[in-house]
Design a protein around this ligand. Sequence first.
Ligand code: SF4
Length: 409
Amino acid sequence: MKTLIETAKEDYITLEIRSVAAAEGIGADLLRERIAEGSVVIMQRGECLVGIGAGLRTKINVNLGTSPGKGNVAEEVEKARIAGEFGADTISDLSMGGDIDAIRKEILSCTSLPITTVPVYQAAAEIGLRAMTPEDVIDSLRKQAVSGISSVVIHGVSLDMLDALRTKKRILGMVSKGGSITSAFMLLNRCENPYLEQFDEVISLCRRHNIVLSLGNTMRSGCIHDPPDPAQIEEIRQNVRLAEVAHDNGVQVIIEGAGGHLRMDRIAASVKYYKRQARYPLFVAGPLPTDIALGYDHLAGCVGASIAAAAGADYLCAITPAEHLGLPGPGAVKEGLIAFRIAAHIGDISKYQQDGTDRAMALCRGALDREGQIVRSLDPARARELAGSETECTMCGDFCAIRIMREFS
Ligand code: SF4
């Protein structure tokens, strides 16, 4: 069966393309062209279609999932519910604890959003880093591919990239979990990356199950004092090479990059560097422009992600206040998601001048229309709670600037 890329290359506008084009307010033929060239992907799960890439609204992914010995199904289901209620576009189930297959099944059954997984997590959690074999790594991908997921992350780390990492001393070395598991496996077994060795099988599974391939950001910086270095440049080259192979074989592909911890003045440059190297949608985790916001990393991440989105990032991975501290609970997931919805919106205002909703809010504010502002807010329940029982804003009392100028102008 032909894939979406192959039908798009034949000038055929599928129902999926028509539906996403209508939702995004762009022409169906333009969207078809972008899918054909790879600058847009459609992540699909049943009737839920999420377009990601050039010219489309910046999308947000929410991470959830258990860690070894922490978390339970009910809490993960609640996080998935929150993700849907508060406007996430996709969910990544990163479970590494408990019955991972059962948890994924529960999450799939409680949300209609597309789900991404990282198969090497499950292989490492269930078999153990030292015991697993290259075939176990691929089997984990095989098992997850048939379970109803819409996207899968592999880390394309190579022995050359690990060499490049050694040439530059970093304070924090490698901080990607999937990347470090994959790298440790390679170093332990003195072998190449099983995903690279069996990339044909990776492509075949993605193709067969309509899965978007997401190429992970193993080499991202873990602190702002670890600037972009040769390992990161090599990772971009490697991911672009893999993306070309995937795309040529009809598999939709996203590249993760410019994430981690990155000084504010380097964020836009990193995104633009990536965009010069590749046309594929860019997925960014963070970036955090400071290392000191422990407990408030969702706010630091919101700043970094706003800049990244404005510079061209297409897809953001939300960071929660629990980052670097522990497994986030449902409340922290919600706070992270709202912060990243703000970031995506700020980015879209800059990218596309999409400021209609801001104008509507400003008009309500000027009219002292409290209810109008509350219902237009990202989280009306939160706004209503802060408004309390007062019928008007009490911040300035009799010295409300808007009232004063109404009276005197
Ligand atoms: S009271 Fe102050 S903060 Fe509130 S609406 Fe008036 S000017 Fe704005």
